[in-house]
Design a protein around this ligand. Structure first.
Ligand code: PEP
Length: 261
């Protein structure tokens, strides 16, 4: 079987000024080669996107938006539309748990953002995942199903191949109190549930092909193990992406997967 591409996406969240982001990118650019099978994507703050887009070698890195408003233009004070940033980025993170639970984004908002990203030629990275309470109550699969159903509600059969899914159990994300990394067996089961739901919505072929990433407290020591899980096509990294040595080691693990083949 031909190996699929691996995605390593760095979510810098609300960290780094544009100057700091630019310096950090220089450090990463010295250490991370352009690779055919591993796509490294950086998601800086909106304020840094333009600077970094002028600085990056697009064969080495792509950029992602962490957030945007779904309408293309208009009287929406303080918002930035995806049509305003589409020249800078190729990917857009949508439905991150911090957007869902800190900023109260609903599945409807998320569906509109997924649609806006696709309409503007970007690849949405749709984040889904259950809370600790949902897992405790045995509602993990239903949370995954409803977030998928909601987030993809505006995506046609023609466009589904433009979407990446990131499974990020909320309890595993390092910014949460008592966060703990997920077990590989839980992640393997979640990706099976996600592919099953995608098959119901869009058919078996799409379900086999759609990239599914894992995110939640990934470190340089755990990355390789997560990348070995069948059906996991990459990682979404928060905290560890802010430390050059850790992030570069995680990218090395992804590269190592291909060297071993
Ligand atoms: C995230 O916020 O998407 C994330 C995965 O964060 P962390 O790696 O810090 O848990």
């Amino acid at each position: 079987m031909m190996a699929r591409k691996t995605y390593i996406i760095a979510n810098w969240k609300m960290n780094f000024t544009p100057g700091e982001a630019s310096l950090y990118l220089h450090r990463l650019a010295d250490k991370i080669p352009a690779m055919r099978n591993v796509q490294v994507v950086l998601a800086p703050s909106l304020i840094s996107l333009q600077t970094l887009s002028l600085q990056i070698n697009r064969r080495q890195f792509k950029l992602a938006a962490q957030n945007f408003y779904w309408r293309d233009y208009g009287a929406y004070t303080g918002e930035v539309s995806v049509s305003q940033i589409r020249g800078f980025v190729d990917y857009a993170i949508v439905g991150h748990s911090e957007r869902r639970y800190v900023f109260n984004e609903s599945d409807k908002d998320i569906a509109q953002k997924v649609a806006a990203a696709i309409r503007n030629g970007l690849t949405p990275v749709l984040c889904i995942g259950e809370t600790a309470t949902e897992r405790r109550n045995g509602e993990t699969n239903s949370a995954i199903y409803s977030q998928l159903l909601g987030g993809l509600s505006e995506v046609s059969e023609e466009d589904i191949n433009k979407v990446i899914i990131a499974y990020e159990p909320v309890w595993a994300i390092s910014s949460n109190k008592n966060a703990r990394p997920a077990n590989p067996s839980d992640i393997a089961e979640a990706q099976r549930v996600i592919r099953h739901q995608i098959a119901k919505l869009y058919g078996e072929a799409v379900a086999l092909d759609i990239p599914i990433l894992y995110g939640g407290s990934v470190s340089k020591d755990t990355a390789a193990g997560y990348l070995d899980i069948a059906g996991i096509d990459g990682l979404l990294i928060g905290g560890a992406s802010l430390i050059a040595d850790s992030f570069c080691a995680i990218v090395e693990s992804a590269k190592g997967k291909y060297n071993e083949r």
